[in-house]
Design a binder for this molecule. Structure first.
Ligand code: GLA
Length: 334
């Protein structure tokens, strides 16, 4: 890409079909990039980043290099500044951000903004490298020690496929989404709360377990059961069992067995509710009502939890009243 001139960068949001709170422990996840995303249309040149947004208030304006992304106002600019800082951008952009993703609902609008920013600023690394930088951007912008799933799904999406990602190596194995699988994202009506502190706390509990039993995806069930702190043991049990469900779910998708896939989603939700304690009453009752809806194979909370969205797998033609999402290609310049 030339250092000056017009640039249009697009990056998708993602929905995670299964495998939550496993990425930061080197586990398995199965997200897919979706057709909704963030577009940055800008002119490159100079050393300023200046962006307005069709959806978010205010103008983001800072000069490069940016040293404190976490202090940028308005707050959505912190994702932009984090992306600029981590990609070590030297040439600025001036333009506009547009997103057709629901903001802050669990479809990774922030990851898609970070990845679109990185591309618009000329980051031309391979998707895993872009994603690593954008993960750091998110951590700097929010202070939350998030994993890499959201940014990697956005950067590396494959049309028509979910991505089976081993977060210990970042190896990606695309899994075709069957034609008769409709994926819906339905909002619980509850804004995500408590995410920052509770997310960090869950991660610390998992790390405490791993310090004793080794990497949780491969730890033995007996070693986990022998952990003295029952809360730490429950967190570890979730990570281990969730990784097994991801493997089984990917196999079910490949076999076109959506009934099995759906029941694994329900198991995942129960584990996130009981062992990981990141569900809420609203999420639980939404999952329950979707699961008993005709034509729905299964449903679960998706992403960090504590409110936000549920993902459901359904037969084609069923309207679940949220966003129907399709598996999309990853971020690219247009
Ligand atoms: C958030 C984080 C991800 C991941 C999920 C839970 O979306 O950004 O890295 O940990 O929560 O699976």
């Amino acid at each position: 890409m030339s250092r000056t001139g017009a640039v249009t960068a697009w990056a998708p949001g993602r929905v995670n079909l299964i495998g939550d709170h496993t990425d930061y422990m080197g586990g398995l996840v199965l997200p897919m990039a979706v057709q909704l995303g963030t577009t940055i249309t800008a002119m490159r040149g100079g050393d300023m980043v200046e962006l307005t947004s069709a959806q978010m208030p205010g103008t983001v304006a800072f000069s490069l290099p940016v040293r404190h992304p976490e202090r940028i106002e308005p707050p959505w600019g912190r994702y932009v500044a984090g992306g600029a800082a981590e990609s070590e951008a030297a040439v600025g952009i001036s333009g506009r951000v547009e997103s057709d993703l629901p903001i802050g609902s669990g479809l990774s609008s922030s990851a898609s903004l970070e990845v679109a920013t990185a591309l618009a600023l000329g980051d031309a690394g391979d998707p895993a490298d872009v994603a690593r930088r954008c993960q750091l951007a998110e951590q700097r912008a929010t202070g939350v020690p998030c994993g890499i799933m959201d940014q990697l799904a956005s950067a590396a999406g494959v049309a028509g496929h979910a991505l089976l990602i081993d977060c210990s190596t970042l190896a990606i194995d695309p899994v075709p989404v069957p034609d008769d699988a409709a994926v819906w994202v339905v909002h619980s009506g509850q804004e995500r709360g408590l995410v920052d502190s509770a997310y960090a706390q869950r991660r610390a509990e998992c790390e405490a377990a791993a310090a004793v039993v080794g990497p949780l995806p491969h730890a033995s069930a007996d070693d986990i059961a022998a952990l003295p702190d029952p809360v730490v043991a429950a967190r570890a049990r979730h990570v281990r069992s969730e990784c097994m469900r991801v493997t089984d779910f990917a196999a079910a998708l490949r076999a076109g067995d959506l009934a099995v896939a759906g029941s694994l989603m329900l198991d995942s939700h129960r584990s996130l509710r009981d062992d990981f304690a990141v569900s809420t009453d609203r999420l639980d009752s939404l999952v329950e009502s979707l699961a008993s809806t005709r034509g729905v194979h299964g449903a679960r909370l998706t992403g960090a939890g504590f409110g936000g969205c549920v993902v459901a797998l359904a037969e084609p033609g069923v309207d679940l009243g949220g966003w129907q999402v399709t598996a999309s290609a990853g971020a690219h310049l247009r």
